[in-house]
Design a protein around this ligand. Structure first.
Ligand code: AMP
Ligand code: GLY
Length: 424
């Protein structure tokens, strides 16, 4: 008998992981809480939210789940992995103690300092007056002020000068715009450079770095517009040289895994550090303890190994015994979003063209809902269309050719995903 696997989340990332698991010989059933209109095609949606730990534990028991694979951040700091492991359920994902590396920036900054991992110079405060006095003691200049807790990626306020930093402290500590996530703040030096990230599959002791990827955070073509959850991605990244990838693995990923183990908080699950590459070195800005979205939508189709085999080996601390193999072929994922995202947009629009796509192209749903009339829009990021090809340009052309066949009222996509400047 194969395994019955639980995922938690409702993004394109969860659809991509469910799709990959559905191709595993050893998986019999997949459940996604709460899931979306796409996950319901390869899995069964379960009506429980990601922060309802009692509800998730009860669902795991009712549905005879025998494996939990963490993809999104919310459940882990609330102890889902701890609760399921207590019941003897194998899990790929961090315990509450290990997830502090993402859930508390104050904790993770101290961790980096203690383990010699390069990060921006910082101070942590719980008291608004002390934070203000510190900022006023510095020369007037750029700073970054961060709410320490989870803030849906919005808790870092990049400030040009002292006045901006004081306003940020007021917003986080006095107006409490991020609630209890602002109980502690980190004030740090503002770095200049370019950003990249890495993903590693970890079993507490061993870390296997995935191929590199680039995601596109801004809403509009050319990098204009507001920050979003991600408007597209491709892999391998043209920006990450083999030397840089090796440096990130050697100087960030391996010392992080070793440091977490040494602290008695072995890190199991996906580690996703965000970095700033500067003239002075490679700085870790933050750690995520989850898979990126839309990075999952381009990494899953490149993974040739059986995802369940990899994650179940990782859950048992036996990652070193499995080969994790990736296709040589690049992948490109283009997000089709609702016009107006990430600000206001309308939903409920019928999505047309899904049945006209090439067989070897994958469509991962995020903001969709299955209705009797068909699949309708139900969020800002609606779908990711992912294609593979012998070259990046071929994968890109195929992804765009297919994405353009999809239509709904207000559909919008960036036109420059994986558009690489020719340097030769
Ligand atoms: P974080 O949530 O810590 O990753 O920060 C979110 C974003 O804020 C990053 O992706 C950067 O664009 C920016 N940021 C964070 N820390 C710094 C820093 N020390 N210097 C410059 N930009 C930063
Ligand atoms: N792609 C950005 C993120 O998942 O945070």
């Amino acid at each position: 008998m194969g395994a019955r696997v639980l995922l938690v989340g409702q993004g394109g990332r969860e659809h991509a992981v469910a799709w990959k698991l559905s191709r595993s010989r050893d998986v019999d059933a997949i459940y996604v809480a709460p899931g979306n209109g796409g996950t319901s095609r390869v899995a069964t949606n379960v009506d429980v939210g990601p922060k309802d730990i009692d509800g998730l534990v009860a669902a795991a028991s009712d549905l005879n789940i025998d494996f939990y694979l963490a993809t999104m951040d919310d459940p882990q700091p609330l102890g889902l992995v701890d609760r399921l492991r207590e019941r003897g359920l194998p899990c790929y994902g961090p315990t509450a103690a290990a997830s502090q590396i993402e859930a508390s920036k104050a904790w993770s900054k101290q961790f980096m300092v203690d383990h010699g991992i390069t990060t921006a110079r910082h101070r942590t405060f719980q008291d608004h007056g002390e934070a203000v006095a510190y900022v006023e003691s510095l020369p007037d200049g750029p700073l970054v002020v961060k709410a320490s807790g989870l803030a849906a990626g919005k808790g870092a306020l990049v400030c040009d000068d002292r006045e901006g930093a004081l306003a940020a402290l007021h917003a986080i500590m006095v107006k409490r715009e991020f609630g209890a996530s602002g109980d502690q703040v980190v004030v740090e030096e503002r770095l200049q450079g370019w950003e990249t990230s890495a993903h590693a599959i970890c079993d507490g002791e061993t870390a296997v770095v995935t191929p590199s990827s680039t995601d596109y955070k801004r809403a509009l073509t050319g990098g204009r517009g507001l920050n979003t959850g991600g408007m597209g991605a491709y892999s391998p990244s043209a920006d990450v040289t083999p030397e840089l990838a090796a440096a990130i693995e050697r100087d960030v990923v391996q010392p992080t895994i070793a440091g977490m183990a040494a602290m008695g908080r072995p890190f199991n699950g996906t580690l996703y550090p965000g970095l700033m590459i500067t003239e002075a070195g490679n700085y870790v800005l933050e750690y995520n303890a989850r898979l990126g979205d839309p990075e999952a939508q381009i990494l899953m189709p490149r993974l040739e190994s059986d995802l369940f085999a990899v994650c179940s080996a990782a859950a048992e601390g036996a990652l070193a015994s499995v080969d994790v193999e990736w296709s040589e072929e690049p992948t490109v994922g283009v997000v089709v979003a609702s016009g107006g995202y990430p600000e206001s947009y309308t939903t409920g629009h019928l999505i047309e063209g899904l049945d006209t796509l090439d067989d070897d192209v994958e469509v991962f749903h995020a903001g969709t809902k299955q209705t009797p009339a068909g699949v309708v829009t139900n969020g800002g990021r609606v779908l990711t269309v992912t294609a593979r090809g012998p070259t990046l340009a071929a994968a890109r052309a195929k992804a765009y050719d297919n994405a353009r066949r999809i239509n709904f009222e207000g559909a919008y996509m960036r036109s420059d995903i994986a558009q690489i400047e020719e340097t030769e």
